[in-house]
Design a protein around this ligand. Structure first.
Ligand SMILES: NC(=O)c1ccc[n+]([C@@H]2O[C@H](COP(=O)([O-])OP(=O)(O)OC[C@H]3O[C@@H](n4cnc5c(N)ncnc54)[C@H](O)[C@@H]3O)[C@@H](O)[C@H]2O)c1
Length: 221
């Protein structure tokens, strides 16, 4: 298996999509899949799919392709999903609560073990089985529990201070959902996610797409 730094980022982004597709195939009772079929359904060039899958070390067979279960295991191992990383979430508002309620993280290899908020009314409560703790506990607890991932869902004005606190707590990877460019030491990884950037792209593409026919608007209304 190549060293992690040799893996192209686009491959790392495509593998979870492959995994979701495989999981749907498995759910529908299929146990074999070809790279060509994955390429067609997912709209990725088949050479690229083969290259990506080869990186996971899973060998396909010329006629039958891959066993779905083997491929899923290979992707899990390659992305370290089989070695769950524990995460802290900071900022238990609308977005933070939605993420805490989302059980898909565990399938993606991360388990949120505690959440933190500055609002004293939230401390001492929980979302599902995740306890909400006062923000003052973040630093010591992070260090004691060797937590490496921080999910940042505080308002923009608190984002940099929260990132600083996460770094002081020993967190080495921050998933930043606040619309702020964070400044962190060079050895700390930041991945930003902006849902509205994707939505803006959708709107732009809709505006650019040709309208084929004068559609009947809301028939039946
Ligand atoms: N990435 C995206 O696509 C996306 C989508 C929606 C919202 N957001 C961003 O996510 C963040 C949260 O949005 P929301 O709608 O959940 O806000 P919210 O106001 O509902 O929740 C924010 C929470 O953070 C807590 N908080 C504030 N300062 C804190 C601090 N210093 N330490 C710990 N906790 C603190 C508040 O008490 C509150 O519970 C915002 O930055 C928002 O812009 C991003």
């Amino acid at each position: 298996m190549p060293a992690p730094q040799a893996v192209p980022i686009p491959t790392l982004r495509r593998l979870p999509r492959y995994y979701q597709f495989l999981s749907r195939l498995q759910g529908a009772g299929h146990d074999q899949v070809s790279a060509a079929h994955m390429a067609e359904v997912l709209g990725v060039h088949h050479t690229q799919v083969r290259k990506d899958l080869a990186m996971t070390g899973c060998q396909g067979r010329p006629k039958t392709g891959h066993r779905v279960a083997d491929l899923m295991r290979a992707i899990e191992g390659f992305l370290h999903w089989d070695n769950q990383s524990e995460a802290f979430l900071v900022g238990v508002g609308s977005l933070g609560t939605a993420l805490l309620n989302y059980r898909g993280f565990e399938r993606a290899g991360a388990r949120i073990v505690a959440a933190f908020d500055a609002d004293p009314r939230k401390a001492g409560t929980s979302v599902g089985d995740v306890p909400i703790l006062p923000i003052e506990k973040l630093r010591d607890l992070g260090r004691r529990m060797h937590i490496s991932i921080g999910i940042l869902t505080v308002p923009p004005e608190s984002a940099q201070a929260t990132a600083d606190l996460m770094v002081a707590a020993g967190i080495r990877a921050i998933w930043n959902l606040a619309p702020v460019t964070l400044e962190v030491p060079p050895d700390v990884i930041v991945e930003n996610l902006e849902i509205f950037a994707s939505f803006a792209l959708l709107l732009r593409r809709l505006a650019d797409s040709p309208v084929e026919a004068e559609a009947e608007v809301h028939p039946g209304l």
